[in-house]
Design a protein around this ligand. Structure first.
Ligand SMILES: NC(=O)C1=CN([C@@H]2O[C@H](COP(=O)(O)OP(=O)(O)OC[C@H]3O[C@@H](n4cnc5c(N)ncnc54)[C@H](OP(=O)(O)O)[C@@H]3O)[C@@H](O)[C@H]2O)C=CC1
Ligand SMILES: O=C(OP(=O)(O)O)[C@H](O)COP(=O)(O)O
Length: 334
């Protein structure tokens, strides 16, 4: 059986998930929605992807441009088993009623509240919780990044404090920035710590700052240990953790710029770095405290999670079968 997948919101995340779905032999990409006939809509059509108007209200825009759509979101919902809602944060919760009415399963993204779905999801941490579910939320890029490394170390952790240095805007976003400023999230803890707790039970608090860059987020992670662990052990844990890669400053990885160049050198689509990048030299144990620094490619780390979430919701594979299949299909290194 091939699961029929639709994407509502063919933007930064939606287009990458559409690409990833098209690479799976157990899924079929049925169509995507757009609100306007811009270059992304034309490109989707060139790729042979049926484009639907995100609602009837948007039809006149397409008609005026002479862009023939395959229908509206409601028509797409009639043809799919699952819809991936990658609309701007908060919109997914409003769309949920449409999905319920159509009897279609739905995946929501990290911009939605945890309460929008039955489960908040990171494949390697809680794949089983999404088995057979109708509504799953793939958590935000930062939460996914934190959860990947922290779940691997969970048995050693008493308490985590992490500082999130967030990119101001995605590279395609010329409206939001970057701006010449550092903007703190003045609410402490920032939403990231509580959000990790929707996936794994862990003591964690975070604070967050937005800085003028578009490439990646960076996290400074500080852990109080309840069980001793050495730096060598931590390196071994991360070497054996899927979707986490170690990078060395010694080899020229001075900053997020070289991490993105690495993804470009791999000829990854959109220079996606699906893996969380941990700087090897940053792993440091001092007494009962462990420190490390990691970077998150915000545009892509959640993409394999969406694919695994679909497999879990339709019980197509067990956890490691799905993760391995997704990794292979996207060229994820381990
Ligand atoms: N960007 C990131 O770094 C990450 C984002 N997320 C989460 O993913 C979700 C999507 O974010 P992102 O991809 O960045 O957003 P984008 O703004 O890049 O894309 C949003 C998409 O939704 C469409 N859209 C806009 N308005 C409507 C509407 N009224 N009805 C239906 N579709 C609409 C847009 O269509 P059109 O282009 O035609 O206007 C666009 O395709 C959010 O929940 C976000 O928090 C999670 C991880 C990382
Ligand atoms: O999910 C993300 O970040 P977050 O974990 O800081 O909310 C994405 O980078 C989107 O963040 P944005 O809401 O600042 O665009």
């Amino acid at each position: 059986m091939k699961v029929k997948v639709g994407i509502n919101g063919y933007g930064t995340i939606g287009k990458r998930v559409a690409y990833a779905v098209s690479k799976q032999d157990d899924m079929e990409l049925i169509g995507v929605t757009k609100t306007k006939p811009d270059f992304e809509a034309y490109r989707a059509k060139e790729l042979g992807i049926p484009v639907y108007a995100a609602s009837e209200d948007f039809l006149p825009r397409f008609e005026k441009a002479g862009f023939e759509v395959a229908g509206t979101l409601n028509d797409l919902l009639e043809k799919v088993d699952v819809i991936v809602d990658a609309t701007p944060g908060g919109m997914g919760a409003k769309n949920k009623a449409l999905y319920e009415k159509a009897g279609v399963k739905a995946i929501f993204e990290g911009g939605e509240k945890a309460s929008t779905a039955e489960v908040s999801f990171v494949a390697q941490a809680n794949y089983e919780k999404a088995l057979g579910k109708d509504y799953v939320r793939v958590v935000s890029c930062n939460t996914t990044g934190l959860t990947r490394t922290l779940s691997a170390l969970q048995k050693y952790i008493d308490y985590v404090y992490a500082v999130m240095i967030r990119r101001a805007a995605d590279p395609n976003d010329s409206r939001r920035g970057p701006v010449n400023a550092i903007t703190p999230s003045v609410t402490v803890p920032s939403h990231h710590g509580p959000d990790v707790q929707t996936v794994i039970p862990i003591n964690i608090e975070t604070s967050a700052f937005v800085v003028p860059t578009t490439l990646m987020h960076v996290h400074s992670v500080m852990i109080e240990l309840k069980k001793p662990i050495t730096e060598k052990d931590v390196i071994e844990v991360f070497e054996n953790t899927t979707r986490v890669l170690l990078f060395e400053k010694e080899k020229g990885f001075d900053s997020t710029a070289q991490l993105i160049e690495f993804a470009r050198d791999l000829h990854r689509e959109w220079n996606n770095l699906y893996e969380i990048a941990v700087w090897k030299e940053s792993i440091s144990v001092r007494g009962n405290r462990l420190f490390y620094i990691q970077a998150v490619h915000q545009e892509s780390d959640v993409v394999p999670e969406n694919v695994d979430a679909i497999r879990a919701m339709f019980e197509l594979a067990d956890k490691w079968e799905s993760i391995k299949k997704t990794n292979r299909s996207l060229g994820i290194l381990k």
